[in-house]
Design a protein around this ligand. Sequence first.
Ligand SMILES: Cc1cc2nc3c(=O)[nH]c(=O)nc-3n(C[C@H](O)[C@H](O)[C@H](O)COP(=O)(O)OP(=O)(O)OC[C@H]3O[C@@H](n4cnc5c(N)ncnc54)[C@H](O)[C@@H]3O)c2cc1C
Ligand SMILES: *[C@@H]1O[C@H](CO)[C@@H](O)[C@H](O)[C@H]1NC(C)=O
Ligand SMILES: *[C@@H]1O[C@H](CO)[C@@H](O)[C@H](O)[C@H]1NC(C)=O
Ligand SMILES: *[C@@H]1O[C@H](CO)[C@@H](O)[C@H](O)[C@H]1NC(C)=O
Ligand SMILES: *[C@@H]1O[C@H](CO)[C@@H](O)[C@H](O)[C@H]1NC(C)=O
Length: 483
Amino acid sequence: MRTPIVLPACLLVFLASASSSAHQAASQHPFAQTENFAPEPKSVAVIGAGAAGTSFAYLLRQAVPDTDAKITILEATSRIGGRASSIEFEGASIEIGASIFLKENEHLYNASKRFNLTLVSSSTEPKSGSDDRWGIWSTVDRSFRFVSSTSSKLTLARMVWRYGFRAPYEVSRLARQAAASFGRGAYSVPATTPVPPTLAGLIADFKLVAYASQLGRPFLGVNDLYLDEIVASAMRVNYGQDLHADLPALPPLISMAAATGEVTAVENGNQQIFEHFAVNAEASIHFEKRVTEIELVNSTSKPYKVSTADGATAYYDAVAIAVPNPPFKLVNIARQPTIHPYVQLHVTLVAGTAPNPSYFGANPPERILTCMDAVPAPGAHRFNSISHLGNGTYKIFSPAEPSPEQLAQWFKPVPTVVAHYKWGAYPVFGTDAAGAAQDQPVMLDDQLFYLNAFEHIFSTMESQTAVAKRVASYVAEWILSES
Ligand SMILES: Cc1cc2nc3c(=O)[nH]c(=O)nc-3n(C[C@H](O)[C@H](O)[C@H](O)COP(=O)(O)OP(=O)(O)OC[C@H]3O[C@@H](n4cnc5c(N)ncnc54)[C@H](O)[C@@H]3O)c2cc1C
Ligand SMILES: *[C@@H]1O[C@H](CO)[C@@H](O)[C@H](O)[C@H]1NC(C)=O
Ligand SMILES: *[C@@H]1O[C@H](CO)[C@@H](O)[C@H](O)[C@H]1NC(C)=O
Ligand SMILES: *[C@@H]1O[C@H](CO)[C@@H](O)[C@H](O)[C@H]1NC(C)=O
Ligand SMILES: *[C@@H]1O[C@H](CO)[C@@H](O)[C@H](O)[C@H]1NC(C)=O
């Protein structure tokens, strides 16, 4: 059976309304006169309850603990987590969206500890030294270009034999360096008063300038064989796209940081971090509230009119949009968000099967990744990765929904399809000139923010949380200065 693992919506709403009424009680003054002097509490709307929206709400509450600021989360679906989503299958939890983060990702790691969540080591990425084997498959040649060994020493020897000593070492070093640089930038508290967030400002703040405006292939600077096989396979499994010539350096560095670093995941689903963020934000959480329009109206108080698909409207002082490519109108707003195409990714879970030996040969590895071929197969590559989750259950990432014929070709016996999801997964990287891409609005108008403006630079749960932190600090400063 597949049942989405979510905190019951009724519990969330109960917790949220209980805490917001406590806030209201605290703001009631015994005498009418004093009420005239007390400024009205600020109200902040958060659109979208994924990593960015829930962490924004939580971090904002942390930054304004003693105010009566009202935080309202509007979420189109009936669950929290957005692209962090897991299902239950045969008693186990399976991530069908964002599955891993680095242990050095302090926002997510610290939050998991704070909320008493259990971290497990999850490895859906190629990782030398792990018990299960991974291989790089060519859909054109229909053969494995590289297969790891269960012995990490042997894997390293095979890598050096095929790619030379320098390439694996150098790319891993650059990836570690980029992750460390991001950490130094993102986790230091800026000494100065928060400035209005801009994309270029966030890139500088997160110490990513050296990477964001460089192209990936020349930046990595190692042999094409390593780039096309190892780095491209990591790009495909992490970002559903190839290491093409105009791809910036950050996406492959992030993919290789996941492949070479220490990764972790929350037992029974990463979305639990975001459920805890939402509950601890003391926010009112409204599910099935699909925002259809935000309008700036001529009013000094609560100038943002937010309309939802159910015909309701409400007014707010500040709004954080935490939805990629906002699918709603922005009326009278100074700057419109820049729209970026997203990769359409299909995630398919199949059970009761094994890789077909007449297609993949005998004894294929647990994780089958795919490489970039000089001449793509007609109809492009058919899958990005096939990972064994245990007990005959496999997770397939592919650019289109696998057809019954493809499943019969890849697996034997013919598998049972347990679940299929289609995501607007991540931005297509590298479609803008690097300079232009950094000149896109995060603050669309006074106290109106677009948190997913950062995603075409860096798209992970941690980076979205880091952006949320910076914007929350800015909004908090404003709330405190006005109260
Ligand atoms: C298959 C897959 C694998 C991934 N793997 C990883 C990984 O291993 N590690 C990692 O760090 N990242 C991974 N990512 C990327 C990661 O999931 C995202 O970067 C991150 O979760 C984005 O969070 P977000 O809050 O910005 O957006 P989202 O999670 O997309 O949240 C947006 C929310 O807004 C809601 N919404 C949409 N429209 C409206 C509307 N009109 N009104 C109100 N609400 C609306 C949506 O329902 C959703 O809940 C993966 C993504 C996918 C798809
Ligand atoms: C976390 O777990 C520990 C030990 O199991 C317990 O003592 C503590 O109260 C828990 N904290 C929270 C916030 O639930
Ligand atoms: C995470 O926790 C560690 C250890 O308590 C602390 O030093 C660090 O500053 C925290 N990071 C963030 C971003 O809060
Ligand atoms: C906004 O309203 C004020 C009075 O409330 C009025 O003086 C002003 O002209 C209005 N501005 C616009 C652009 O409508
Ligand atoms: C393994 O899979 C079979 C059938 O696919 C199922 O009946 C069984 O419960 C599973 N076992 C475990 C331990 O998940």
